[in-house]
Structures are given as structure tokens and as C-alpha cells.
Design a protein around this ligand. Sequence first.
Ligand SMILES: Cc1cc2nc3c(=O)[nH]c(=O)nc-3n(C[C@H](O)[C@H](O)[C@H](O)COP(=O)(O)OP(=O)(O)OC[C@H]3O[C@@H](n4cnc5c(N)ncnc54)[C@H](O)[C@@H]3O)c2cc1C
Length: 646
Amino acid sequence: MVKLNSKIPSGPLAEKWTNFKASQNLVNPANKRKLDIIVVGTGLAGASAAATLGELGFNVKSFCYQDSPRRAHSIAAQGGINAAKNYQNDGDSIYRLFYDTIKGGDYRAREANVYRLAEVSNNIIDQCVAQGVPFARDYGGYLVNRSFGGAQVSRTFYAKGQTGQQLLLGAYGSLLRQIKLGTVKIYPRTEMHDLVVIDGKARGIITRDLVNGKIEKHFAHAVVLATGGYGNTYFLSTMAMGANVSAAWQSYKRGAFFGNPCYVQIHPTCIPVHGDYQSKLTLMSESLRNDGRIWVPKKKEDAEKVQKGQLNPASIPEAERDYYLERRYPAFGNLVPRDVASRAAKERCDLGFGVGSTGLAVYLDFKDAIERQGKKVIEEKYGNLFQMYEKITDQNPYEVPMMIYPAIHYAMGGIWVDYELMTSIPGLFAIGEANFSDHGANRLGASALMQGLADGYFVIPYTIQNYLAKEIHSPRMSTDLKEFQDAEKNVRDKMNTLLSIQGKETVDSFHKQLGKIMWDHVGMARNKEGLKKAIEQIRALRIEFWSNVKVPGSIDELNQELEKAGRVADFLEIGELIARDALQREESCGGHFREEYQTPEGEALRNDDQFSFVAAWEYGGHDKEPILHKEDLNFEFIEVKQRNYK
Ligand SMILES: Cc1cc2nc3c(=O)[nH]c(=O)nc-3n(C[C@H](O)[C@H](O)[C@H](O)COP(=O)(O)OP(=O)(O)OC[C@H]3O[C@@H](n4cnc5c(N)ncnc54)[C@H](O)[C@@H]3O)c2cc1C
């Protein structure tokens, strides 16, 4: 049995990171120039890592499939980024951010990683301010904060509803500087298709140029994956359409363990699904829960009338409205964590109190906030989000309450990494949403940007040196080596097979079917029977895909159907692993809600005796069962309890 070594440094929690840095191996400047690092991904995690590693003096190759690094999915992030600055003097601290994150993740994350994240959060804000990121400020020029779910303090820094974009422009600026200095070379519109492992170590990747179809081999002394999350397995999600799991999945098949795949986040405030031909869902930022109040009618008759368009919600009197989050969770109210808010919305809708034409929506109402603060203030805070809502729904949210419903949004699970962010393949690292590390079973709002930038600017630049210090005698390898050639052949074979099937169904049609299976059985509520059914259905769909998919065109040209086909083939595999992981985890925790395991009040019921572990899955081979390894979670510094937001 493989013993997972999380390499958590010894010593008191608050000193672990400092001690690690003081005693780790470093690479001297002359040797840095001899070492090559590949960074796949240019979102906040990848761009910040590539820029920083370049600045340190390594030779960096940076890859992304978009036409420009600054179009990575991170650009979509709206609401903000957390940091424990305590500028509001409202009781925040590094410890409190650490505690909130562990508790928010339902005690399923590593203490040491999360503490480090909270610790470096403050550096991120300083770094980004120095880059000129236009964070919101008050009249006097001081940075302001707002609140996000799962916290009783205001610690979220933001740039209107465009925080991700502004942070990415900052990271991109740093990246450009390194490109000019010659330490970073970028490869836009280039997709990784396989990882090359030589003598047990990651030594490079195989890529395809998405414009001319050229397949290329790249060597490096270390490879960093910053390739984002796998939420699009569910087809409909708030993620960018191109977001995919393929790079992570190729690495899994080469020996990198996959951590906690069943932990996916369902965000409570998204514009509800409105038809069968939809391919994308839109997030309404969690920041809106600072001022918006969530409710449904108290009476089923009212809900039914609203659904049929016979009753205007604005005419339902206060006493007939059920502000169910404020009722159930008075201490946190509308700012309970996402998993809790999503389940509470589902509970109301399942019982027939939902609104909108499908009954699968709840109201997010700004009436009180507008009365209290004035329309102008609300417009200043959320103007672009309100505008986006109106463009999509044709309803004016200043006048009628917004309608929202939960949707797939983020993956807490990801490639398993140790404290140094190294995967189970030496020399392969994973950062940002691509790894499983910091959010346990549920991520708190505004913490993904924090984690991506913490990993990229402040963690990997140190920890990768601990590995590379032992690589200074390794010369650059030829990409003519057998391992490179074999990997290239694999890539070509897979694409040729996809092109040769010439079946009757489109790639999207398979993706949609997979998404429905996932949402129905591996979504907000899961149970044993449904999960078993999902596994069978996904397997059958996979067989059908490989015999009946239609992919036009050829390898040697721009071919977006071929790109999609490769990604959907991988979604069809990870979908099964997500369901399997959910099946083995016979407890409810965070975003993973097993109907069999709940408290009498319908809250998630953990089983700490048996499931206080990270599930790290090892690829077992084609059509073979994957192997489950368990990394025990030891909580030395906080008391593990039932989460309580009441
Ligand atoms: C609508 C929306 C709003 C959000 N708002 C917030 C928020 O307010 N606060 C917050 O903290 N979080 C937010 N999040 C979450 C957050 O945006 C993401 O978790 C985070 O940006 C992920 O960053 P990343 O760098 O890990 O990956 P990404 O930004 O997803 O970047 C992935 C990169 O990998 C590249 N890539 C992937 N596969 C390959 C491949 N095979 N070959 C080559 N390149 C590849 C892509 O080209 C891209 O450059 C939001 C998410 C969504 C969907």
C-alpha cells in the first residue's frame, strides 16, 4: 500500500512555513539559468507562477490554449479576493481566516496548507497594489472590503465586479515583463496533450498547436500544471466554455493521484436554467449576498401563482415572505457558505415553494438595500452585475427581485499534492484550482483567487527549488528519447481514432448527456442507488461515444470539434471517478451531500471516525478499477466540530 507523504513540516502551526523556507534547498543564480520549467496555464495561478519563476532566473515556457494568456478563465472572477489584513478592525486575523476556511471546508482540508494560505494572503494584496491593480477604495483612498459567505468579518478586496480580470492584468503585466527580458517564452493557442515521464520523473509535455495542428515535444526539468478545474464535466456550469480537465487527466493516467474528485462546488447565486438548448450558466456574484436578501413565498399558493405569472412578487407582503436563510441561520443569514445556501434553496424548491416558470428559482431581493442606501450606492457597488443580469433575463433587478438557482461552479477536488505542491510524480507540480489542496469539501467565496495567487506568487517559487536543487546535474534531455516519441504516438493515435469513428452524434450531444447524468445523480444531493446508476450510465455513454461520435476535419488544421472531442473523452472518464469517490464517501460533508447521512434538521452529517481522510485515487489502467489511497487528516490545532452557522 502506497503511503502518501504530505510532507507537512513539524513545529507549531504558525511557524511551519517560515521554518520550511529557512531550511529548504535553494538553487543558486548560475544554476537557475540551466534549469527549464514548463508552466501549463496562464490563469491567476499559472501567470503569477511563470512570472515569478522567470523573475527568479529560471527558463520558463508558459502554455495556454487561449489566444492570449490574459483570456484565461480567471478573467471571469467577479466578486473579490480574501486577505486577513483586518483593515476594517472587525476582528479578523490570520488565525480567523485559517479557521473560517477549515470550518467552511467542513474539516476536510489540511491544517498546515490552509494556515500558510491565510498567512500569505496579506502579501498578495501588497503585491497586487504594487502592480497597480485598481482595488476599490473609499473617498480617503483606503482600500475597502466587503463580506463573503462563511465569515463574520469583511475581508474581501474587490475591483467592482471584475476582480479576476484586474488581478489577471496585474499578473499578465509581470509575465510580459519577463517575456521581454527573455526568461519566459509563451505558447498561446497551444494545448498540452500528454505528460512525459522518464525514470519516474516528469520531464516534459506533448502539445498541439491549435491553429495549424502541429504536434510538438517540450522538455523541462519540472512541469507545473495550473490548468484550472473540472466543473465542466457537468456540461452546464458557470465556468468558461473551454475549461477542461484534460491536462490533469493525462497526468493522472501517468501516475499523478487525483484528490477528492467528488468535492465539487454548487454556487447558490446563478441565473436559473431556462431551456434545453442552453450551453452555459451565468454566475451572479456572491458579493450580491452582502445586500440582497434571499426569499421565497411562505404560501405554496403564492409560489404557484408566481410560477404561472399570475402574481407579481413585489405585491407579496413582507409577512408572507420566507427569508429562509435568515430564518434557519440567524448568525450568518444570507452569508452562509455556498453549500449550505445551495441546499437550502433546493429544499424550498423541492417542497414546491420555488419561483420562476420552472419553480426552480428563488428571489435575491435588493428592495431593502435600495431603500436603506439609495439606488446610486447599489449601482456603484454592483452596477455591472445588475446590467449583466438585465441583458440576460430582460428584467430590471432594481425593480423586480433577481431570480437565482444553484449551479456547478468550482472543483475543490483536483490533483493530489503534498505541502510543497508536488504531485505523486516527482517533478510534477499542481497549483490553483487544478490541485485539491486548500478548500476541503467546500470552498469559501473569494478564496480561489487567493489560493491561485498564493500558490503562484508565494509558494511554488520556493517549494519548486527544494526539488530542483537536486536536479542541477541533470542536463537538458533530447526530445528524441523513446519516452517522448511514445507519448507523441499516443497523442496522434487518440486523435486519429476520434477522427476515424465518423459516427452520427456530435461531441456536444455526448457532453450534454453526461452533464445530465452528473447533475441528476452526482449533483447537489447524492445517494448510493443513484451513484451506482450514474457509474453504469457513464460507462455505457463512454462506449457509445467511442463508437458513434462524429468528429469532422483532420489533425493538421484548426479543428475545434477535435479539441472538444478530446476534452469530452476525458470528462467521460473523470465523471465516473467523481461518482465512485462520492459512492465510497459514506458521509455528508461540505458540497458532498449524501441523502442517507444528514442530521434531523437536514444538515450535512460527517463521519469523522471513518472519513477524515483525503481520497487520493491512483489510475489502475485502461478499463481497470482505480486504486484508493487515504491520507489521514490530523487536526492538531483546532477542535473538529459539527459546522454551525446558526
Ligand atoms: C463566473 C466565476 C466567477 C468567479 N468569481 C470568483 C471570485 O470572485 N473570487 C474567487 O476567489 N474565485 C472566483 N471564481 C473562481 C476562480 O475564478 C477560479 O477558481 C480561478 O480563477 C482559477 O484560476 P486558475 O489559475 O487555477 O485556472 P484558470 O483561470 O482556469 O486557468 C487555466 C489555464 O490553464 C490553461 N489550460 C488548461 N488546460 C490546458 C491544456 N491542456 N493545455 C494548455 N493550457 C491549458 C488555460 O488556457 C488557462 O490559461 C469564479 C469562478 C467563476 C466561474
